[in-house]
Structures are given as C-alpha cells and as structure tokens.
Design a protein around this ligand. Structure first.
Ligand code: ZN
Length: 671
C-alpha cells in the first residue's frame, strides 16, 4: 500500500540555496527544485543526500537496481492502455522531427499534450483517469506524421488518430462508477474482451477460500478471452512482457553480485526466479525474504505491486523504487515500530479485531535513489509492503517514509500563498509552519508502519470482500489510526514530538484538505474517484456531520469565501477513534454493504458551488494540483581497465530531456 502526498506546492520556480549536497559538477549553483510546469502539473527534482557516502559496492548495487527499474517502464505503459506503446514513439518522433516554428500554437499544444502523456505514462491522467484532450488539430498531427521517414509511419494511423481525437473512445482509464461493468468501461489493458462477471466467475472458480496462505490471485496477469475461453496471460520471462523482463532480470543479476549480505542476495535471486516462472508462489517466497531482510542499507521494490488501477483491485501495476536507509531519521520510525504492540493494544477498535501480537513491523526512513514505473513521475511518499494479508500476519511488513521526496515537496511549497488563502488564523499558520513537516512525516510513519499493519480479519473473511471500496476504506483505516495517535501523549513520552499542540496543525490541515482544498484536483462536474482522495473526504465529511451537535468543526464564510475552524480538537480526536472503530469492523467482518454506504455517502459526491469556489481561489494562486519528479542521472566512472571505480550522480537533466532519453534508451516493448 502506498500513501500519496496532500501537499500542494508552489508554481513559482523556487531556488533554494545549496546548503545540502548538490551534484559534484555544479556545486556552486543553487539546487532548483522546480523543473517544469504545465497544465495541472509541476515537475520537481529531488536530492539524494548520502549517496556519495555509500561504499563503492553499495553504489554499484544501487546503480544496477536503478537500471532494472528504468527498464520496466514500458510494462506500465502497456498495462495502462494497449495503444500507449504505439502512440508514444510516434509522438516523440513527431516532436524531434519537427522543424517548424516552436511558437506555432498548434505545435505548442502538441508539446503540452506530449508532456501530459509522458506524465500519465499514457493517454490518461494519472489521477483523474480521464483521457487527455489534445489542443491541436488532427490535420496538424497527420501532416507531421507524413513528414516522418517511412520506418516511423504507423500501419494503423487511423486507429491512433481515433485514440487521440475521439474523446468518447477509451475515455476513462479506470471506471469506478457504481453499477457499470467496471471492466468493459475501463480502458486499461489489464483485461481484454471479458466482462466483469466473467472475470469474477473465473477467479471465484479457482480461488481456494480455505487456503490460509493464498497466492495474490491475478497479481501478475492480464485476463483475456482466447478462443472463447477466459485465460490468464502471465507476465514473466517467456510470457507477456518478456523483452522488458529480460532486461530487468539481466540487471538484477548484476545487482546480486554486489549484494550487501547473503539475505539480500537471496532476496534478489528469489525475485529473478519469480520473473522467470511467473509463479505467484515464487512471488510469496520472494516477499517473505524481502520483508525479513532488515539489515541491508540499500533496498528496493521491483515488480507488480499495487492494484489501485485495476477496476477489480487484483492486478499489480509495474513499479520500482530503489532506496537506501536514512540512518539518522530512521530513529523516529524505529521508536514507533518498537512500540507497535502498545499502539495496537490501545487502538480504539473492538478488541476482537486487534492483533494479539503485532509481528515485525519494521519501519524506516529512506532516501529514494530512483523512481520508476507506477512511481514515476508521480510518486508515493510512503510505502508499506508486502500486500498479502497472510504474509503480513506471519512475517510482518516493511514500512517506509521517503523523506527526500517529502523534503522536496516541503521546500518547493514555501511561500506559495496557500496559507494566506486558506488559513486565516495567524496562530494556526505559525503552528503549521513550525510543525507540519514533522507531523506530516509522523502521519506517514504511523499510517504506513502501524495503520496498515494493524487489525485482523475474522477467520474466513475474504480479504477482497469490500471489492471496489476496499482501497478507499483501507486508506481511511490507516489514516484514522495515524490521526488518532498523532494527538496521543504517548508521542511526547516517546520523544517524537515536543509539543502537545503540534497535532492540531495536522488536524486542521487534514480537515481543510478533505473538505475543501483537495477538490482543486477534480475537474468541474466530476466526482471524487481516487482511493486516497475518497478516504480523506470520507473522514472529513463524516467528522463534520457527526460533530455537528457539538460544533466540533465549523464551516463559515467571510468575504464570500469559505473557511473552516476547529472548535474542539479533543472531540475531533474522539470522532476519529469512532470512525476507526467502525471501519475496522467493516474490514474485519467483510461488511460490503456498510463499506459501500460509507464511501458513497461521504467520500464521493462533490458540492458544485464549493468546488467552483475552490478552483477559482486556486486559479489565483496558480499552485499546481499535481506534482511529480525527474530522476537524477547515474553514470558509471570507469577506471583504466574499464572497471567501475565510482558512480557519479547528477541532477541537471530536464523533464523533456529525461523522457526523450528514457524513450530512446529504455524502450523494450515498442511495437
Ligand atoms: Zn496507505
């Protein structure tokens, strides 16, 4: 499971002076966090502090893991839509071949579209799931395609034109609207020619519900109808995506040579075995080795992991993050995880749904070295894996906070005008300035390393029982756990925070975001669909309604603008505890109807008047609703005999340059 940022940073290019490490080749230049800005997107870059202090072996390990990460890129593009890998090289060829005026409005609109497609890893928006609407004419694109050399001319130009220009064709990457056939109305390439019912029947027939250690059904497979039969097409070497997987495996094999210890080497080898076989039992073996390896400093995820983009929540999007432990900051999460049992035993849920014994929650603060696949350019700020419930119950889980990413968000957002616009109370602003970076990080730590890991299902309850609502409710459960404990004196006792007031900054920001400011990510007339956003709205709206009698949260108007005030923080904490109690019950009992009612009542529908107001206020601030990152560039430094003597890291690459380079050097599945 992942956690995504709620932060909204600045549109202005902010240069922070180089007080921390910058690349060795531009040491005197300030570090520029903001790389690009277009549509609703701001692209940032992040620092990788500590990379230069790694040993040479660790650097080589990181290097080959980053190669294994970038080589998986095309897999995600193909998973997202079956036309993506035909369209991307065509658009890139048109872009690089273009020799007209760069100021031509048609060209500028084309360039914008290409930037959006890159950011979405395909033709759909990464968050809203809507297809991008081109601002240029069909005749412009057709004319430019005609100028391309013969070997770059697509055979199915007519199809591709429909993909780009017909807004009703494949309009939505993932449809979650209740009542529709979620597979037929979703444009992802995880299914082909099958209905939702056929897929559900297929898995119902092969799922062994008595198995206490079930595989993650469907995690690494596309489901298609072949010769009239519903069939799983497995992603593995020799199967679907074989060419990309071959490059991943090749680089993992290199990485294994530089493993820090035996446990890590065995973990990498187990992942290779799984990529070769495609057998989900091998994936479980790998996951157990991975979660047990807590001694290594360098770590990574690489594979088909999160299933948020599968309308049925089964197939994993390909992603990779390579990272290493931030030893200083990890003290914080070590304190939290070593007290995991205390938090579990005191959590405000029915004792029947608590874990008697919390196993091996390991939490650390990491520094990301590369973001890839579904974690690029938009990226999570925290991760808790593995996802398989039985592995979590018996082996625990690894939970991370990616602090160099949260740091970049934070640095880039200073002075963006957000607080002036939405936080009228000067005292609250000061509290937020003082504590929000810490409480945001603590929230992520608590969400990932305790929240997701807490609680248990009653025996016999299907972990997928909440179906399309499962993701939003699971995120709500983890958020509520974090919110509830942020206000607990235990955090002061543990030395994690020095003020009994600090949590108020987080509560205020959370309610403000859930009720109001996150709406800036939604287009007018649309509902809230993404799981993390539904979760935040659900929690905030529920607390608003249930606290009405006591006026816990007040929504008020001043000068025609809507603001919030929290009148009773302690009662708000109680409400968070009550909602956690109910959502834990829903999860533990698999109560689909109650889960559906909660999400549909509080998490989905948008008030159009308030929505318009929020969009207008944001428009004045010109803060980008979404952010993502370019990666640093790692370059081996060769010695006299051609051996690697160092790995150089540099930060200068721009957004378009990086995308074009990845397209040129890391295409594995192009058709
Ligand atoms: Zn989460």
């Amino acid at each position: 499971m992942t956690i995504k940022s709620t932060l909204a940073g600045s549109a202005l290019a902010i240069a922070i002076s180089a007080n921390a490490m910058t690349s060795t080749n531009n040491i005197d230049k300030p570090f520029e966090y903001v790389v690009d800005r277009f549509a609703d997107i701001e692209v940032l870059r992040y620092k990788v502090p500590g990379f230069e202090q790694l040993s040479l072996n660790q650097k080589k390990l990181v290097y080959y893991l980053t190669q294994a990460a970038i080589y998986g890129r095309d897999i995600l593009w193909d998973q997202n839509n079956r036309y993506n890998l035909q369209l991307r090289p065509l658009l890139e060829a048109v872009y690089t071949n273009y020799n007209g005026s760069r100021e031509d409005p048609q060209f500028k609109a084309f360039e914008l579209y290409l930037k959006q497609v890159w950011f979405g890893n395909g033709i759909h928006h990464h968050y809203s799931m809507d297809k991008f609407i081109p601002g240029f004419d069909r005749s412009f694109l057709e004319g430019e395609v005609k100028k391309l050399p013969a070997d770059k001319q697509p055979a199915n130009l007519e199809d591709l034109m429909r993909v780009v220009f017909d807004p009703s064709f494949m309009a939505k990457k993932v449809n979650q609207a209740e009542g529709a056939d979620l597979i037929l109305t979703s444009a992802t390439n995880l299914y082909e020619g099958v209905t939702q019912k056929e897929v559900e029947d297929y898995y119902a027939a092969i799922k062994d519900t008595t198995d206490l250690t079930p595989i993650s059904y469907g995690l690494n497979a596309r489901v298609a109808k072949v010769d009239g039969k519903v069939t799983e097409q497995t992603y593995h070497l020799g199967g679907l995506y074989s060419e990309a997987i071959a490059k991943i495996v090749e680089n993992l094999e290199e990485a294994a040579k530089y493993a820090e210890n035996d446990a890590q080497r065995k973990t990498i080898e187990a992942l290779i075995k799984y990529y070769r076989s495609g057998d989900l039992k091998d994936f479980d073996t790998y996951s157990i080795l991975w979660v047990d390896d807590t001694d290594s400093q360098v770590d990574f995820i690489n594979g088909f992991i999160e299933s948020y983009d599968d309308p049925l929540g089964m197939t994993g999007n390909w992603e990779s993050i390579v990272n290493f432990k931030n030893l200083d900051a990890s003290h914080r999460t070590e304190v939290i995880s070593s007290n995991a049992q205390w938090f579990e035993s005191h959590s405000p849920v029915d004792p029947r749904f608590r874990k008697d014994e919390v196993k091996g929650v390991t939490a650390k603060v990491i520094t990301a070295a590369i973001l890839a696949g579904d974690s690029y350019p938009a990226t999570p700020i925290g991760i808790n894996l593995p996802n398989a419930n039985w592995i979590r119950a018996t082996h625990g889980s690894k939970s991370v906070t990616i602090e160099n990413i949260t740091q970049a968000y934070d640095e880039a957002s200073h002075g963006d005008g957000f607080n002036d616009e939405f936080v009228p109370d000067q005292q609250m602003r000061e509290l937020m300035d003082k504590y929000l970076f810490l409480t945001d990080n603590l929230h992520t730590d608590l969400h990932e390393c305790l929240g997701h890991a807490s609680g248990r299902l009653l025996p016999g309850v299907d972990p997928d029982a909440l179906k399309a609502y499962g993701s939003a409710l699971e995120e709500a459960r983890a958020d509520l756990f974090a919110l509830y404990y942020l206000a607990d004196p235990k955090l002061i006792e543990l030395g994690l925070i020095d003020s009994p007031e600090a949590y108020k900054a987080q509560y205020y920001k959370y309610i403000l975001n859930g009720l109001m400011t996150q709406l800036m990510r939604i287009e007018p007339g649309k509902d809230v669909e993404e799981a993390h956003m539904r979760n935040r709205k659900l929690i905030a709206e529920w607390a608003l309604e249930k606290g009405k009698a006591d006026n816990v949260i007040e929504v008020y108007k001043a000068d025609g603008k809507t603001y919030i005030r929290i009148n009773d923080y302690e009662k708000l904490r109680d409400l968070f505890g009550q909602l956690l109690y109910e959502i834990q019950r829903i999860k533990s009992e698999g109560d689909y109807d109650a889960g559906c009612a909660l999400v549909e009542t509080y998490g989905v529908k948008v008030d159009p008047t308030l929505h318009k107001e929020i969009l207008d206020r944001y428009a004045h601030l010109s803060i980008a609703p979404y952010k993502g990152f370019v990666n640093p560039v790692y370059t081996p430094v060769l010695g006299a005999d051609g051996e690697i003597v160092d790995i150089n890291i540099s930060y200068g690459e721009g957004y378009m340059d990086q995308m074009l380079r990845y397209g040129r050097d890391y295409s594995t599945l192009g058709k």
